[in-house]
Design a protein around this ligand. Sequence first.
Ligand code: FAD
Length: 496
Amino acid sequence: SSEGREQYDVVVVGGGPGGSTLAALVAMRGHRVLILEKETFPRYQIGESLLPSTIHGVCRMTGVAEKLAAAGFTPKKGGTFRWGANTEPWTFSFSVSPKIAGATSHAYQVERSKFDNILLEHAVEKGAEVRFRVSVSDVLEDGERVTGVRYTDADGTEHEVHATYVVDASGNGSRLHKRVGGTREYSQFFRSLALFGYFEGGKRLPAPNSGNILSVAFESGWFWYIPLTPDLTSVGAVVRRENADKIQGDPERALLALIDECPLIKEYLSDATRVTEGQYGQLRVRKDYSYHQTTFWRPGLVLIGDAACFVDPVFSSGVHLATYSALLAARSISSSLAGIVSEEAAFTEFEARYRREYGVFYEFLMSFYDMHVDENSYFWSAKKVTRNQHTELESFVELVAGVSSSEFDLDGAESAALRMKSKSAEFVSAIDEMSADAEGNMTPLFRSSAVRQAMQEGAQVQSRAFLGEDLGPDVPMFPGGLITSDDGMLWQPGPA
Ligand code: FAD
């Protein structure tokens, strides 16, 4: 073209949380990064309930955490569930125990238009360039290697831009994911559909849980009820595939009928009105959203976030997986560009760690749904959660969030390091205690050794984001695997 050949170190397709996080991290290493985004920001997105690991882990590494803290999002201390035959809602908190609850034992409920915009503006502040209203249609190739992308701008003009690495962060509707090879495999287990909208004037859980996500099972599936602001609530019904007909036809009538089936949500919405204007004015449907690509990269192209994989929304793992995979991929790109490790080793490491994190959530969610099975009904519908399982589940959820959240006191690095170390030890022993009963039999949630290992490694990886070398050396995940640099931005060869 008349502009001449455009060349970047990294082109990122999609400016959601995955794309912005990756762009910020790679730009912070001094590389030239271009984000290509189809929409103009701010734009609507679903996925409003976050985990502490995103806020206090990855967002702290990019430096956007303070901006998020100043944005006035609803603090989320945990989740409140009304599942199974037990009519009493139960609550889990992100703080592992009251003793060590601290400044970082919370996440946020976010309006994604606002959250995603803050992350994208931050990436630009860190040096990334962004173009809006440009739709990427395909990759450019030179033999095995991807060397750039082709995109169409708002005027309908086609352009090409070259890059050493192309990152597909374009979400579940990605048009590029097939180009890594492999296939997108849809989960046979998580086959649900979601119908969701927004209400003003919905009730709140009593303090201190008023910012919690409320998750309520009912005959056809479950509801999320997310307090986005004091007045605005995100409400969604997730129904099992066999009830798909319940969300056919007029969506308004369908949602009201589902709310009628669920007394607790009905009660919470008794004084509320549905928002009918602006970004929250329409009812939306999503289906077939649990899948994974069988390959996550090829030379010059890497998938992160929903472009790579997604699992059922019940524990709010989507944005966590998007930002965590962005961190892993950023390390691989920066290390490879710096010539510290081979491209093959860097991206093998990315894929191994990303798959494990995904696997942990996948297995955990399977176990969660398993617990609600009884003779008469499939999935979550009827079984009363026993006292024992209740405790175990609560502990596990706390651990999943807590491992990632890496709570520590932000006032002093030294005391924080000490606290973190003792906490890591606490995690390890808590994991040991939970993983077997008195006779040494594995409890159901820990059937998988991958889950146990990931819990331990997860604590290490996330703590490193805050404490660097204070934590002691990282350990390779597999023989010959790489370890994380002290500042968490790169991979380096493991011990010989
Ligand atoms: P996205 O947020 O999808 O961003 C992708 C970006 O790429 C978009 O801005 C898009 O405009 C752009 N783009 C797309 N195609 C192109 C193209 N061709 N060219 C240029 N740009 C393009 N997650 C949570 O953490 N908490 C929740 O409570 C939660 N609830 C959910 C409920 C449901 C029903 C569903 C389906 C998902 C939920 N999620 C939740 C998941 C969450 O929505 C996603 O995991 C998250 O948004 C993924 O982020 P991302 O950066 O990978 O992609």
